[in-house]
Design a protein around this ligand. Sequence first.
Ligand code: ATP
Length: 629
Amino acid sequence: MSQTFQVDLGGIVDLLARHLYSSPRVYLRELLQNGVDAITARDDLAGEAGPPGQLGRPAAPRRITLRPLPDGGLEVTDTGVGLTLAEARELLATIGRSSKRDLELGTGREQFLGQFGIGLLSAFMVTDEIELVSRSARDPHASAIAWRGHADGRYSLTELPDDDPRHPEAAGSTVRLRPRRDLEHWLEAATVESLARDYGSLLPVELLLEERLASGEMRLRDLAEPDLPWERSFATPRARELALRAHCETTLGFTPLAAIDLEIPVAGLSGVAYVLPSAVSPTTSSAHRVYLKRMLLGTKVDDLLPPWAFFVRCVLNTSAVRPTASREGLYEDDILLATRHALGARIRQWTLDTLALRDGGSAQFLAVHHLAVRALALVDDDMLDLAIDVLPYECTTGQATLAQIHATHGQIHFTPTVEGFRRIAPVAHAQNLSVVNAGYVYDADLLERVRRRRPQWTVSPITSADVSQVLSPLEPMRQLETTDALEAVRAAVLPSGCDLDLRSFEPHEIPSLLLDDRDAEHARDVSETLAQGSDLWGGVLGQFAKPSTVRRMVLNDKNPAVRDVLEARDTQVRAAGAQALYVTALLLSGRPLSVSEATLMNGALSTLLRSAAGSGDRPPSDPAQGPLS
Ligand SMILES: Nc1ncnc2c1ncn2[C@@H]1O[C@H](COP(=O)(O)OP(=O)(O)OP(=O)(O)O)[C@@H](O)[C@H]1O
């Protein structure tokens, strides 16, 4: 025999009211939403009653009135469809029952904001008792009713006699909340006003707040704004631009670089994507302000745009996407996917158009949001083509676009790390060797994409061979002169796993250059781990270690210190000088010193100090003097 679940009503009410929503503030949103939906249902009623184009009943005002009460409570009155006794029993007293997905009572759910049949329970976050007094517009002869629900799951439902003071004069509903102890502030006039403006100012109804003037008189103030800010008409495009800028400043808190109009009619979507005035990290979560059927859904709605579009914040209104039950996020379905795709296409087109202009505005955009352009170029061929033409790269021969570098140098060499670039930059610059700094986010992947997109181009990471190639070899005579000294220096630094070369290059202040390739670097890392690791682990790693030389130190024959070392008579001093040059090269390359390298430096220093102390001040060597054996 099949049975139905038993439900602990108090537990369910508590779960839905207190745990579904992130803050009590949503209680007002749910009340406004019910009011708007009831007004929508009443519009349909008027439409049904008369022939097309002529309404059978005089249209009621579309109005929600918020009335803070002297006892600290709050009354929310709508001019909606109202409820009969039977409807109230079915809808208000049954959790999960909603008129808005019931075709018998409504006209289908697309027009309505609510659909889950739980929203009213959110009021239990700020009150222990909800009272709803209602009079049906559908059945003018039906009695008015009063429903009273309690947070513990009890309710009462009665018909109101005509002489009851609560009996409404016109059709519609009034929800009355009494404040809960310690939560009184949620129902105070100032809070109600701010929540109503936030959630409801764009709703297509009159939204009135009753307030008491200093004179004691009561006044109704309309909080609603008639049009969506981006749909208002303006005398000139400039006036619209200024109005949108002001809108961004008040709603999002920044002055935008630009405003991108968004319009996707099939998703019933319109709005604006505001371009942030400063760069943000791609990992910053993008918080968009989303209205669903003109009711604020959230101010931190994520996942609305493709990941590369992190440089804009949107304010938009849509009628197609579906909210989660808490109405605090969007339901990830095909509609959302299609919407995200269409929004991405619009922002991408704007970006392409803006960059193609190549004016001051596009330069400013590029300067601030080059990361976003890079991110987009990674997934989009058109953007990649444009990026090749417009995106400036840091290059050893000055800032240039990839297209310019290729046109001038016939190839594109790059360093995949910033440190690699810093190491090579002064020397490459002096030799007019063009090397691109591809060490920042996305760059290495982007250059790989460029290589595949332009197969006829040479796009490759710079190798030590490329650098050595541009360093002038010595004159044959000088080569001969230095052979022995170089051999001695090589012997002094070779234990550090480093090969040696002597060249003559600018800038002469740089004594030595340490070159290594990525593969070589990998092999060196393995050797270092080998030296530190256990025998077993070392044995395994050893199979991968390359026996080849992994670093090449190029000494600069134009540097006086190098000449001093080459010309030193004392073999120990020369070896110490060579080691000092090696460690200097290491430091210049920006690497941290290992323990053995620091020991090498200390040993070299002691030797040099001992030698200086023993022999007194040596006269400085004359670079023009011949080599010493
Ligand atoms: N002010 C009102 N006027 C007329 N009917 C109302 C009013 N407030 C609530 N109702 C009825 O009570 C039902 C339940 O309301 P509730 O707010 O709990 O859920 P919902 O609005 O249908 O869906 P959601 O959970 O998405 O808000 C509604 O579907 C509606 O039929």
